[in-house]
Design a protein around this ligand. Structure first.
Ligand code: CMX
Length: 474
């Protein structure tokens, strides 16, 4: 199907001739070409005016419908389960797990394009899917990979900043500082300062998001190589995909590790909008802070031990276990270790979830990767035995609503196998992956004009008055 008919979005773009990107896009949009030849930006520019209209109509017709009611315990319980956020890329079902634009993890593993010789989906394709709802073809992904690679260079002040940070500063703190320092490059911030129209926000947010995504492998690798190796990093290969470049920059060439990076980035990308990193990125972005400042805020949230840092905690907990049990991996010994953890008032890292009520499909995908590539690896066997024991212990303990393992329970073991053994770096990889989920939403937020976030808070005294008046009325 090919067409040179001007759609509304293209007319809109042509009307905004003061903007360079839009000029490029408008010229491109006159090309006689098919959907399957379009770039991500061209496709998104076509899609979002319809989405904008759809949301406008939806709000107009059904804006008055009550979609939730809130109990007092939810106000004190981390607002768990309250509906009040909009997130287009993914929805998390407590039983089925994450669905990316309606697709489960096994489905995206089958449907998304793969690298030549690779078996896992390309993370570039999940970005495309999350932003547009469409699966790109191989040529489109290849061009997108090249686009990201072309944006990878770090400004000198960011390299200097990273080189001068103390090695004992946690890699996540270094990561968020480097992303914040990239604010100097923000096209959105510059355009805003020059008085850009609201209608064009999405375009600068898009450019910043891709620039940022392109630079993340360099930042992550610089931190890894500075803290744990000799500080030197390889160059970006303009013809390689994102996962391959990331692996190579970190210093790993093994093809299975490269495939693991692709899988890792894909499945860690998005987990709907209410988790701390996603919500924080969206919240900060809602004040029109640039994608750099927004993502960096999200990364600071991801760095918490109850969220992304749980992958580091899991490894440290496993190593202590290994030290204590001295080779005795019997179920009885592991059960005792689990009870010791719980009885000392700590959480079992990698288990439980605020939404999920079954084994996290991201855990299952990683378990399957291990079963395929290294079923006899000692640490994998240990993790598998814990999987048999921990849910029963947690259920008996009776506190958590979800005794099953989450994503962080498994990721570290895979990295250990391939020699990426420095656990304090693990959350940085999660952070690179999370950018693939939160940046598409940030672009959408600006394209459809979502409002600044401002929910209502009360003091306990005010809540007392509120509860009293509600009880008296009933
Ligand atoms: N071990 C021990 N206790 C746990 C537990 C675990 N793995 N998971 C939950 N609980 C406890 C909670 O601390 C809470 O105790 P209190 O009543 O004393 O406060 C109680 O069970 C009820 O909690 P919940 O409703 O089941 O879980 P929450 O929604 O409050 O918290 C989570 C969710 C993930 C923070 C929690 O399960 C946890 O702390 N897990 C361990 C850390 C972890 O693996 N985090 C990573 C999650 C995935 C990610 O974001 O990356």
């Amino acid at each position: 199907m090919s067409s040179i008919v001007l759609t509304n979005s293209k007319k809109y773009l042509l009307n905004n001739t003061k903007n360079n990107y839009l000029i490029n896009l408008s010229i491109n949009s006159l090309r006689n070409y098919t959907n399957s030849e379009k770039t991500l930006k061209e496709r998104f520019a076509e899609i979002f005016p319809e989405k904008q209209q759809e949301i406008k109509d939806f709000k107009k017709n059904y804006g008055h419908v009550v979609i939730d009611s809130v109990k007092l315990e939810q106000a004190y319980g981390g607002m768990r389960g309250i509906k009040g956020l909009v997130w287009e890329g993914s929805v998390l079902d407590p039983e089925e797990g994450i669905k990316f634009r309606g697709r489960t993890i096994p489905e995206i593993q089958k449907q998304l394009p793969k690298a030549v010789g690779g078996q896992e989906p390309l993370p570039e394709a999940i970005f495309w899917l999350l932003l547009t709802g469409e699966i790109p073809n191989e040529a489109q992904v290849k061009a997108f990979s090249a686009d990201l690679a072309s944006r990878s260079e770090l400004p000198e002040h960011v390299v200097k900043l990273l080189d001068n940070l103390p090695k004992n500063l946690h890699p996540m703190a270094q990561f968020s500082m480097a992303v914040t320092a990239l604010e100097s490059e923000s096209k959105f911030a510059k355009a805003y300062a020059q008085g850009v129209s609201k209608k064009d926000y999405w375009n600068y947010t898009f450019e910043d998001s891709l620039d940022l995504l392109g630079k993340l492998p360099m930042i992550a690798s610089k931190i890894y190589r500075n803290v744990f190796k000799d500080g030197k990093i390889a160059s970006i290969d303009p013809n390689a995909d994102y996962g391959k470049n990331l692996a190579n920059l970190l210093g790993f060439q093994n093809n299975d590790f490269v495939d693991l990076m692709r899988l890792y980035l894909t499945i860690h990308s998005d987990h709907e909008g209410g988790n701390v990193s996603a919500h924080t990125t969206h919240l900060v972005g809602s004040a029109l802070s640039s994608p750099y400042l927004s993502l960096s805020a999200g990364l600071n949230g991801l760095a918490g031990p109850l969220h992304g840092r749980a992958n580091q905690e899991v490894l440290e907990w496993l190593f202590k276990l290994r030290e204590e049990v001295k080779g005795d991996y019997s179920k009885e010994t592991i059960e005792k270790y689990l009870w010791d953890t719980l009885n000392s008032g700590r959480v079992v890292p990698g288990y439980g979830h605020a939404v999920l009520r079954k084994t996290d499909p991201r855990y299952t995908a990683q378990r399957e990767f291990a079963l395929k590539h290294f079923p006899d690896y000692e640490l994998f066997k240990l993790v598998s035995t814990i999987y048999e024991v921990a849910p029963k212990v947690l259920t008996k303990h009776g506190k958590t609503k979800n005794p099953w393992p989450n994503v962080d329970s498994h990721s570290g073991v895979l990295l250990q196998y391939y020699g990426l053994t420095e656990a304090s770096f693990y959350t940085v990889l999660f952070g690179v992956a999370r950018a693939f989920g939160v940046l598409p939403q940030l672009i959408t937020d600006r394209a459809v004009g979502l409002s600044i976030e401002r929910p209502k808070s009360f003091s306990t005294e005010k809540y007392r008055d509120l509860v009293k008046s509600i009880i008296t009325k009933n």
